[in-house]
Design a protein around this ligand. Structure first.
Ligand code: AMP
Ligand code: GLY
Length: 420
């Protein structure tokens, strides 16, 4: 069979790597892909937002299954375009991807169906938001309603910061239309856990847990990034917490979407905070996490293509989802300066060291294949991933492998997998 993957990051590399393990997959295409994906798939220069071109490509090349990795095309309705043309595609339709595309929608869904989350209010004008902030408790959290590359969340310590935040989001529109509506919510504290799940509209099966390290610097300092590394499983996501979430969060979320006439098919990602008063939803994403996927898929024992097919066909209940009793750690190698200013185009050396080494994978994020070889082409460059018996073992292996790779301005955190 032929598979097309849409996206260009470490997540899509991990998806392609896992899809390639299915013996009936004879060819993988990736649009637009990157330097690492190009080693296992044919990369095609079509942007993720070029829906008709993607569908034309799928038709012309007789693609059997298209997998959408990224949030923007899902929220924009790429799945609807494929379905209207009779093409098989894995991912939620536009009316379901809104669970990630609009924070106001997701908060209202949780309120209506009693799914635990932070208390909040929605605002459509800066005046209303400012009036509310006059009397609220601090710290407080401001969130742009729409997609903002994970950067539309402002944690404000006091009224002054919050008022400035309203200007940033609603007046200066730093995130464009995404900030025309904002959610202001209660500040919560606790451990964060990511739980990804497969959904077929009516059945939900959760994958093993993971934890992201979002801050740029060691000790969870510095600016928020797209993610500097991950580990799986999360030792804090105990069987008791899992049971609570299954009953109060996971299944109720899927059922709520179905009840709203928005059945969710694809990967539903729960960003959770384990608070003193129990687990609460921080956010939903309508896709695999990046870099959570890089630690979750290497531990998955099932064939990924079979799971995708079961989701599309509405028979996920027949799948027994299994994860190995081990651990994985992914350390992101970034370009120094990320997430602000950084340079591109440095030659990457040492990638051959991963060849033939079981339990070690180097997933590419911002790389490009050029005549000089593979060069850096983004802020997050590579996701060096290793398995181990347990987290300590996986961490040791991942940091061993970090040393195999060399490029100018290489930057990484030294504490991924440490229980901070
Ligand atoms: P989100 O994109 O909604 O997951 O927010 C990004 C990050 O901001 C989360 O991973 C949390 O670290 C933080 N955050 C979001 N909402 C809250 C909240 N209500 N209280 C505390 N921290 C939050
Ligand atoms: N790692 C967080 C995300 O994918 O949104």
């Amino acid at each position: 069979m032929k598979v097309l993957i849409v996206g260009s990051g470490g997540r899509e590399h991990a998806i392609a790597w896992k899809v390639a393990q299915n013996p009936s997959v004879e060819k993988i295409y990736c649009a637009p892909g990157n330097g690492g994906i190009a080693q296992i798939a044919e990369c095609v220069p079509i942007g993720a937002m070029e829906f008709e071109k993607l569908a034309d490509f799928a038709e012309e090349h007789e693609i059997d299954l298209t997998v959408i990795g990224m949030d923007d095309p899902l929220v924009g309705g790429v799945v609807d375009v494929f379905e209207a043309r009779g093409l098989r595609v894995f991912g939620p339709r536009k009316n379901a991807a809104i669970i990630e595309g609009s924070k106001a929608f997701s908060k209202e869904l949780m309120k209506k169906y009693g799914i635990p989350t932070a208390a909040y209010e929605v605002f459509h004008s800066p005046e209303e938001a400012r009036a509310y902030l006059e009397t609220s408790a601090y710290p407080i959290v401001l969130k742009a309603d729409g997609l903002a590359l994970g950067k539309g969340v402002l944690i404000c310590k006091n009224k002054e910061e919050a008022m400035a935040g309203v200007d940033t989001l609603m007046v200066n529109k730093q995130f464009g239309a995404a900030g025309e509506t904002i959610v202001i919510e209660e500040f919560m504290t606790g451990r964060e856990v990511s739980v990804l799940s497969f959904c077929d509209g009516k059945t939900i099966k959760t994958m093993t847990s993971a934890q992201d390290h979002k801050r740029a610097k060691d000790g969870d300092q510095g600016l928020n990034t797209g993610g500097m590394g991950t580990f799986s499983p999360s030792p804090f996501f105990t069987p008791e917490i899992d049971a609570y979430c299954k009953e109060h969060i996971f299944k109720p979320s899927l059922d709520a979407m179905a009840a709203e006439g928005r059945p969710f098919t694809g990967v539903l990602f729960f960003g959770l905070m384990l608070t003193e008063n129990g687990p609460k939803v921080l956010e939903y994403n309508a896709r695999f996490g990046d870099p959570e996927t890089q630690v979750v898929l290497p531990r998955m024992e099932n064939d990924l293509v079979e799971v995708f097919e079961a989701c599309i066909d509405g028979r996920l209940d027949e799948i027994d989802l299994k994860f190995a009793d081990n651990a994985a750690v992914c350390v992101v190698l970034a370009s120094d300066g990320y997430p602000e200013h950084y340079e591109r185009g440095f030659v990457i050396e040492g990638l051959k060291a991963f060849e033939g080494k079981d339990g070690y994978e180097c997933f590419h994020a911002g790389t490009k294949l050029t005549e000089k070889g593979i060069v850096t082409n983004g802020g997050r460059v590579l996701g060096v991933t290793a398995l181990g018996r347990d987290l300590a073992d996986a961490k040791k292996h991942a940091y061993e492998a970090v040393d195999w790779v060399k490029f100018e301005n290489k930057y990484f955190r030294h504490d991924i997998g440490k229980e901070l």
